[in-house]
Ligand binder design. Sequence first.
Ligand code: UD1
Length: 418
Amino acid sequence: MDIIKITGGRKLYGEVHVQGAKNSVLPILAASLLSKGTCVIHNCPSLSDVTASLAILRHLGCRAKQEGSTVIIDSVDASRFDVPHDLMSEMRSSVIFLGAVLARFHRAELSLPGGCELGPRPIDLHIKAMEALGADFCETAGNISCKADSLNAADINFTLPSVGATENAMIAACAANGTTVITNAAREPEIADLQNFLNAMGAKVKGAGTSTVIVEGVSEFHGCTHTVIPDRIVAATYMSAAVSAGGEIFLRNTEKTHLEAVTDALRQTGADIDCMGDVIHIIASDKPKAIRPVVTRPYPGFATDAQPPVMAAVLKAEGTSVFVENIFENRFRHGDELNRLGADIRIIGRVAAVTGVDMLRGIPVRASDLRGGAALVVAALGAEGETLITDIHHIRRGYDDIVYDLNCLGACAGILKK
Ligand code: UD1
């Protein structure tokens, strides 16, 4: 069981290359199942969720290999339509395979992804979208099985803009007869990236990034080459790290338009943030100030995934910062661990009030989930002494090599093997 050890209380000076986006690469890997050729995907981070996706693709009969940050998938001989429980449970977002398996084989058998640390994660919208396209579902003992004699275009209107359901609907609609119109679609940049990948394989999708996505079904998908967009949540984490520890850092391979809500919040601390091309340059304030209420919303609102690291950035800011979590029920679990480091966070339901303290002190803490773990890293950089973070498998689901990156930024971080 590895532990991240961070000796905090030193300012960050340095630069780092931001990895490709986890939330892009996972649906893209699933969508590669449609191809009757070889897909070469660049800027792919090395994450446990990527390893889990490749294991699912191999189980389905694809050849898949990762060479550095490039993944190569050959789906020509894919032949299975079932994903067993052990592979599904490796990754919380494995439901993203539903649309792709259904599109390729007109049937799919998956175990349910189950609840998770962020509270219940229903998949009703995914299922309704597949039903609209012609699939019949049957659910038994935690497994879903679905079948479609043919997939036919539909008008799909989501009651809320779910990221995963939008992606599943787009992927399945690519192989449906006719033109599907998805309304109240999620608008996240990763959905536009998926559209670009699908179109590179020969699909005809437009509108991704807006709330209406139009998919004209096609019958053949060929191989392609695609480069995954930069990970905006990893960039937000390292920007938060600079505010927490102080100093001056450069982040390369970023897309500033994906980060506006976070940049706006962190500038309120007094940080000077400049964006030039794909580089973000941040000079932290020596005396950070509290920020206006952060309210998480679907994109282009403030990302729920950026809420934990940004909260950790303002633990020592002068005044009180308020966070309202609207997307997931159970997304303040990092609050207790941050308080153990000396923070003053009060949580009532979906609202957390963070009153700045003079000092944080490093102690052993436990990562409760992926972004909650990132929040502990951010806080540890601003804490005096050593922080030991356990359960870092959560962090490895989303950060390629966070310890290496932190050391590039001038932090004192390492892995203890236990
Ligand atoms: C994706 C991201 C995750 C991010 C989240 C919100 C990936 C791999 N993961 O997750 O990092 O935190 O978007 O930006 O891209 N909901 C339903 N029914 C459904 C589906 C969702 O009620 O069928 C609800 C969820 O409970 C949640 C909200 O919709 O309250 C948003 O969830 P959704 O956008 O689907 O998140 P994910 O796609 O799971």
